[in-house]
Design a protein around this ligand. Structure first.
Ligand SMILES: NC(=O)c1ccc[n+]([C@@H]2O[C@H](COP(=O)([O-])OP(=O)(O)OC[C@H]3O[C@@H](n4cnc5c(N)ncnc54)[C@H](OP(=O)(O)O)[C@@H]3O)[C@@H](O)[C@H]2O)c1
Length: 269
């Protein structure tokens, strides 16, 4: 096993993307974003919106290989360069490997988006140690170690940023999802702590979605309940979240330690 861990398979999206990392006309190189869990759903929307906003994108995936390849194709169709990198983020050695690959293959990193997450109901009385470990690993441990391994690259960037995906559950815990809610609360604390630890070179912010893309297994009653908990009485979209991430990435650069709710008012309802 290499020092940097295992099971890391870097791939370029397609050969069509090669050589496209510099802006047209030989100007400054495009900034590079790494989006964890970018194969599907909200992560894919973020990867595409960042590509539209001028970033080349490292598409991280764990099990959704075909979807990740589709994300990479769509990133490239928008004129950006993409790289595909696999890692199980519950394993610190694989996180180290992921950033080793980014350093070697890409050579820079300007934005880390901590999006990957596991999410499922864990009613009190039935929670197993395995569930606790999985939920805490993807939602809290992984963002911490991603930030730690990304920090030297982000500091070298001169305009490095981290954006983490929280949840309204970070401040109003969901009673049937306590390990997930506690992990997101930890990630909120980590957002503030990293903003302090990495200042002034690296800015660290978060987006806290409400119901933008409900779990595929939710039934009609669960969907109605999630929408009913919002002030706006409707679900949002992955694009609402993605555009907010892009706003943080490209907008005013005097924000750090900020959390933007994109939740239809759920957190104050
Ligand atoms: N969807 C919503 O309405 C909503 C609401 C509030 C907050 N959020 C937050 O927004 C973010 C995106 O939401 P989502 O619903 O799109 O997420 P999701 O579909 O539940 O998960 C995104 C990806 O995370 C990856 N992942 C999970 N565990 C991993 C691990 N151990 N190692 C590496 N990758 C792992 C999976 O990649 P593979 O498929 O490749 O395995 C998965 O596709 C999450 O942080 C979520 O908590 C979403």
């Amino acid at each position: 096993m290499s020092k940097r861990g295992r099971a890391i398979k870097p791939q370029h999206g397609t050969s069509a993307a090669k050589g496209r990392s510099a802006a047209k006309g030989g100007g400054a190189p495009r900034p590079v974003a790494l989006v964890t869990g970018a194969a599907r759903r909200v992560g894919r929307a973020i990867a595409l919106e960042l590509a539209r906003s001028g970033f080349d994108v490292v598409v991280h995936w764990r099990s959704s290989r075909a979807d990740a390849e589709e994300t990479a194709r769509e990133v490239e169709a928008l004129g950006a360069k993409s790289w595909l990198v696999r890692a199980d983020l519950s394993v610190v050695a694989e996180i180290e490997g992921l950033f080793g690959v980014v350093a070697e293959l890409v050579g820079r990193l300007d934005l880390l988006v901590n999006n990957a997450s596991s999410f499922y109901a864990t009613p009190l009385g039935s929670v197993t140690e395995e569930q606790w470990d999985e939920l805490l690993a993807s939602n809290l441990k992984a963002p911490f170690f991603c930030a730690q391994f990304a920090a030297p690259l982000l500091q070298a960037s001169g305009r490095g940023q981290i954006v983490s995906l929280l949840d309204s559950a970070a401040t109003r815990p969901f009673p049937r999802y306590l390990p997930y809610s506690a992990a997101k609360a930890g990630l909120l604390s980590l957002t503030h702590g990293l903003a302090r630890a990495l200042a002034p070179k690296v800015r660290v912010n978060a987006v806290a979605p409400g119901p933008v893309l409900l779990p595929e297994e939710y039934d009609a009653a669960q969907r109605a309940g999630a929408v009913d908990a919002t002030l706006l009485q409707r679900a949002g979209t992955p694009e609402d979240v993605a555009r907010t991430v892009a706003f943080l990435a490209t907008g005013p650069d005097y924000l750090t330690g900020a959390v933007i709710p994109v939740d239809g008012g759920r957190s104050i309802a």
